[in-house]
Design a binder for this molecule. Sequence first.
Ligand code: 6MZ
Length: 377
Amino acid sequence: RRSKTKPAAMGTHTSEAEKEMREWCVALPKVELHAHLNGSVRNSTLLELAKELGDKGVIVFEDVKGVIMKNDRSLPECVRLFDLFHTLTTDHDTVTRIAKEVVGDFAAENVVYLEIRTTPKNNEAKGITKRSYMNAVVKGLKSVEDVDVVINDEKLSCTPMSVLGGDTKRKKIYVRLLLSIDRHETTSAALDTVNLAMEMKDQGVIGIDLSGNPVVGEWETYLPALEHAKELGIPTTIHCGEVPNRKEIQAMLDFCPQRLGHVCCLDDEEWKKLKSSVIPVEICLTSNVMTGGTPSLELHHFADLYNTKHPLSICTDDSGLFSTSLSNEYYLAASTFGLSKTELFRLAQGAVEFVFADDEVKKSLRAVFERAAAERL
Ligand code: 6MZ
């Protein structure tokens, strides 16, 4: 295994300067485009859920506690961990609870627009269908109490954007949902997910993601569903190149999704192709270091993409799993690559152009950043 520098230990600022910069990164309005619901659950919630299942004898709490609290995981370990997470979270009430908490956590650090992605799951034994799973997620978004959550355009019309991201006591956040196709799924299951996305358009569902264990499955299995999404006008984002896979990476670039996630293991030719495609990339610094997609933060491909002005957006991937936050990811970009506040601000602002939401939402978000610029810079 390659040696790693833990992102949390990085930083060139003195502690006072670091503190000030960290606070600035929290205050900065931010757009989150790559966050998996079950990867963003608080450790405290996972532990509480594990304790309940431990008391019922379903799992051995002490074993699970050790796994949840372990840091520094390889990609295969992460994938296995998700099976455990799903055991803990997959019932309707818990799905509602975690959706509510995750949105609240992002809003608390001044995320003004959040695209949260999750894999709709059938679980016959628990009476769960893909549709009922998603209804539980939407219920969670609607039950956030201390933050105004804007999940569709109707609500938008009665939500004055003048207060979004501003200094009012009550925070507001746009939330949109992406339905993930898991790489374990069959073509028919993947098509079901795309059709469900279409059915739930008026409930904040806005796009399709392809994710899951990158060494499992074949591109040809998901292609019909991704093409169906394209025909229906549903935007797609694809996990690409988490592990080297020439044929698949080429096919993904040829498919031309609206966005790509990760792009860690590209060779020179794929790199050229990506850059000429100008497809925006969702950058997940901590995640890529933790899972070994990149050898260290300093060697992360962010620097190259940033220097060549490739469209990108800083994201968390799995803030719970990797003990990070979007503010921390911005801080790491600054401390590792020497970005100034102005450059960080432009990065955050630039992400508005890659959201899947419509032009009205974009317009409002642009105004949020303009106001923030007038106030802070
Ligand atoms: C690939 C990932 C991932 O959908 O149950 N997921 N897929 N690479 C990653 N990088 C570390 N992180 C998360 O959220 C958890 C699911 O998201 C995908 C995996 O399929 C995982 O099971 P949901 O809400």
